[in-house]
Design a protein around this ligand. Structure first.
Ligand SMILES: Nc1ncnc2c1ncn2[C@@H]1O[C@H](COP(=O)(O)OP(=O)(O)OP(=O)(O)O)[C@@H](O)[C@H]1O
Length: 773
């Protein structure tokens, strides 16, 4: 029997599988749902729970007996967790005993049993992965790398691993999408796997803390590291899986009943084999997650915690009281990682980050701090001081050269923590406050000149701000693919979304005012929809590893040179090709120049895109119509909202509204004899609706018309100034734009021609006009 339950606050869905098995079981009574051994459920697409259900996570618990008791205090419900008696008694005692659950949405446990299988299966890493051989990685990791076909380390991985694997601190700077996560992740997992205690009896302590600036990045990092533990199992055990979960459709066809029973018994015994705690558990704690869930993660114990500084600090200092146990765990870390460190300062996490980092200081450094500044709340006197062997990894695609030099030279001012400006505001300050244990942290900078990845093609379009919608629409139609469009504000996204919808584009928004699960859902939809558009603010600029983003479009220019580099980094990842387009209005040109200047480049280094102007005009008509519809719809919504508000307010105050307010439309008003202004609201609304419907029909008609470039004859395909017959035969014709060849965005660029002085002067004037306007 299944008892489904929905946790509204968390977007978490759970089901309790009550036991029907006749095996001899022992019972452990639980009084709260929270203490049950929940485990995350994978949601394959075929179950219909593939993520489009708006649920952040799905959890289930097996073998639970739900008992209702009538007591003096009323009806009480308790839960008996049934456990096979043969099972290791450790399994039912506490947090560690829960089967394979690491309580992360994507957490997949690497249990001891799998570990055994993995080690028994022959795997010749010398032959299969010669390029990874010199790092002596744990066999489980090697298998995963092979399963993922990561046949050789990326440059940042091959440079960082020798240091990171030998207790050194590493500051790594490498281009976007170059595999930095595994550059620090592999050494951590290697260490933890090598130290793993299969029959541990105590709660695990956090040994690696990875801080990331955004929720999405934190979840992605935890998922990426979990993949590293899990990929090997998937590759090694397909037959084992077949046995464990018998395919009922296949067994129906099975003629030999005896054989089927044997198979099933074998499978059941495999299923009944007790699952043991994971060797290494990785979990993420981010904003938007329910407090119960994050407490459960921490109560159970986790080896690798990936967190956003804001949320971690919230938990550490819940209602002003320090969580001593968690603080102690952070004080005894073996690994501290700052991923996208520079972004963490931009994201306004500086204070929280600073507080967390302070916990990782060694006593010798702590003593340098003024007593009042050292007051971290109710921290016990006997706190474990920051461990001497902690390794620190700082990774980003953009870290200033000055900063790298400072870290290398250790020119940290003595008593940096005692700075009277207690909250410093730059990354330099932050890094100088890190207590690297390594006297000389290894700084590896292999970022490309100007921050631009070699497999990326850049371009720009110069147009007026008001024309950006049309140019964007042109681009999206002309170059189908997955396009990530960056805007400077949430309002901009809210304005573009309905336009995109009306024009038939598959667009999804991503910004900080969306609920967490909505953000993840939109990301998932973008990932799984070919030819889709993600309209995003800069929360999507850093670290997100969305596979196959074909184009990055800077609809509004980035605020900083780093933002330009990181936004571009969402495409052209892992040596794939990518394309970026900067839309630059006259009043933005100056900023763009300065921005590129700080990367040692000129705006003229970026070629312009060629545009088929005859098509652009046709698209203009569509966009204008869509805007009209949008503003009409907006007006209807606004009127309805106001009417409802007045109605609700009147009801609340028990006032009767004037009957005209909701009066049915009188005939004479329909006939048009009444003054427009005096007509009842309902009639106005009806009129607006009709107008909008007419506009929509007009747009529908426009959208259905083929877009034909100038000089194309559709009647005589061999004639016209641009005969299209050859393209049609070769199958190279553009499906949405007749007369255009199918092409990649990067193939339509115009090489820069130096401008004559006269044109230059005109442009300068236009710029100033732009600023004025
Ligand atoms: N050795 C490898 N071989 C092939 N692909 C790899 C390897 N290591 C990582 N990858 C893949 O490269 C992609 C980018 O990795 P990752 O997200 O770690 O990049 P990053 O450098 O952190 O990027 P960003 O700076 O944008 O955060 C991922 O999809 C990852 O799976």
């Amino acid at each position: 029997m299944l008892i489904p339950e929905r946790h509204q606050t968390t977007g978490l869905k759970r089901k309790i599988n009550t036991s029907t098995s006749t095996r001899k079981k022992s019972k452990v009574q639980h009084h709260s749902l929270e203490s049950l051994p929940w485990k995350s459920v994978s949601r394959p697409a075929e179950t219909g729970l593939g993520g489009d259900d708006g649920i952040l996570d799905l959890e289930e618990v097996d073998d639970v007996e739900v008992v209702y008791e009538q007591t003096d205090a009323g009806r009480v419900v308790t839960f008996n967790v049934l456990t096979a008696q043969s099972q290791d008694s450790e399994q039912v005692k506490g947090p560690e005993t829960s089967p394979t659950d690491v309580d992360s949405p994507d957490a997949v446990a690497a249990d001891v049993e799998d570990q055994d299988t993995l080690l028994i299966e022959p795997f010749d890493s010398q032959t299969l992965l010669p390029d990874w051989n010199s790092y002596s990685l744990h066999p489980r990791l090697l298998r995963s790398l092979h399963a993922k076909q990561y046949l050789s380390p990326t440059p940042i991985q091959s440079k960082a691993l020798p240091f990171a694997m030998t207790n050194r601190d590493v500051v790594g700077v490498a281009e976007t999408g170059s595999g930095k996560t595994l550059a620090y992740g592999l050494p951590i997992l290697h260490y933890l796997l090598s130290q793993a205690q299969p029959s541990r009896k105590t709660k695990r302590r956090i040994r690696a803390l990875i801080l990331a600036p955004t929720r999405e990045l934190a979840l992605q990092v935890s998922s990426h590291l979990n993949m590293c533990l899990h990929a090997a199992e998937a590759a090694v055990k397909p037959e084992a899986k077949d046995t464990a979960i018998p395919d009922r459709t296949k067994s129906k066809k099975h003629k030999d009943k005896g054989k089927e029973t044997e198979n099933r018994e074998q499978a059941e015994s495999t299923l009944a084999t007790p699952k043991r705690p994971p060797l290494v558990s990785i979990a993420a704690i981010v904003g938007g997650m329910s407090t119960q869930k994050q407490h459960r993660i921490l109560d159970r114990g986790v080896d690798v915690l990936v967190a956003t500084p804001g949320r971690l600090w919230d938990i550490l200092e819940d209602v002003g009281v320090m969580d001593d146990d968690l603080a102690k765990q952070i004080k005894s870390l073996k690994f501290l990682v700052l991923d996208e460190a520079d972004r963490m300062i931009e994201a306004g996490h500086f204070a929280e980050l600073e507080h967390i980092l302070r916990l990782t200081l060694r006593r010798s450094r702590e003593d340098e701090i003024e007593p009042e500044f050292n007051d971290m709340g109710d921290v016990e006197e006997d706190l474990v001081e920051g461990k001497d062997d902690m390794q620190t990894f700082v990774f980003s695609a953009t870290l200033s050269k000055d900063l790298q030099r400072n870290v290398k030279k250790r020119t940290r001012p003595k008593g940096a923590w005692n700075n009277k400006n207690k909250t410093s505001s730059t990354l330099d300050d932050l890094l100088l406050r890190l207590d690297f244990r390594d006297p000389e942290p290894e700084v590896i900078d292999i970022s490309p000149e100007g921050g631009i990845v070699s497999s990326l093609k850049e371009s720009r379009i110069e147009c007026l701000s008001a024309e950006k919608d049309v140019y964007l629409y042109y681009f999206l139609l002309r170059y189908p693919g997955r396009s990530l469009v960056f805007l400077a504000s949430i309002d901009g996204i809210r304005r573009l979304m309905p336009l995109a919808e009306l024009l038939g584009l598959k667009a999804f928004p991503l910004h900080s005012q969306l609920e967490q699960r909505q953000r993840l859902k939109n990301l998932d939809r973008f990932k799984s929809t070919p030819n889709s558009v993600l309209l995003a603010t800069d929360i999507a600029a850093r670290g997100l590893d969305i596979p196959a983003v074909d184009h990055v479009i800077h609809y509004q220019i980035p605020r900083t040179a780093d933002a330009y580099v990181h936004r571009n980094g969402r495409t052209a990842r892992a040596m794939r090709r990518g394309f970026s387009m900067l839309m630059c209005a006259p009043d933005e040109r100056r900023v763009v120049r300065a921005l590129l200047g700080s990367l040692g480049r000129q705006d003229t280094d970026i070629p312009e895109m060629s545009i088929e102007l005859s098509l652009l005009d046709k698209l203009k008509a569509r966009v204008q119509l869509a805007r009209k519809i949008d503003s009409a719809q907006h007006k209807i919504k606004k009127d309805n909202h106001e009417r409802n508000w007045v109605k609700e307010a009147a009801e609340a105050m028990e006032i009767e509204l004037d009957s005209d307010f909701m009066r049915p439309v009188p005939l004479r008003s329909i006939a048009g004899s009444e003054d427009e202004q005096d007509r009842p609201t309902k009639h106005k609304a009806k009129k607006q609706n009709t107008k909008t419907a007419a506009l929509k029909a007009e747009l529908k008609q426009l959208l259905s018309q083929p877009l034909i470039a100038k000089g194309i004859s559709t009647r005589y395909i061999t004639s016209g100034s641009r005969p299209i017959v050859d393209d049609l035969i070769a199958g190279e014709y553009h499906e949405a734009m007749l007369g255009m060849k199918k092409a990649e965005a990067g193939s339509d660029l115009i090489a820069h021609k130096p401008k004559t002085t006269k044109i230059k002067e005109e442009l300068e004037e236009e710029e100033w006009a732009g600023i004025g306007s």
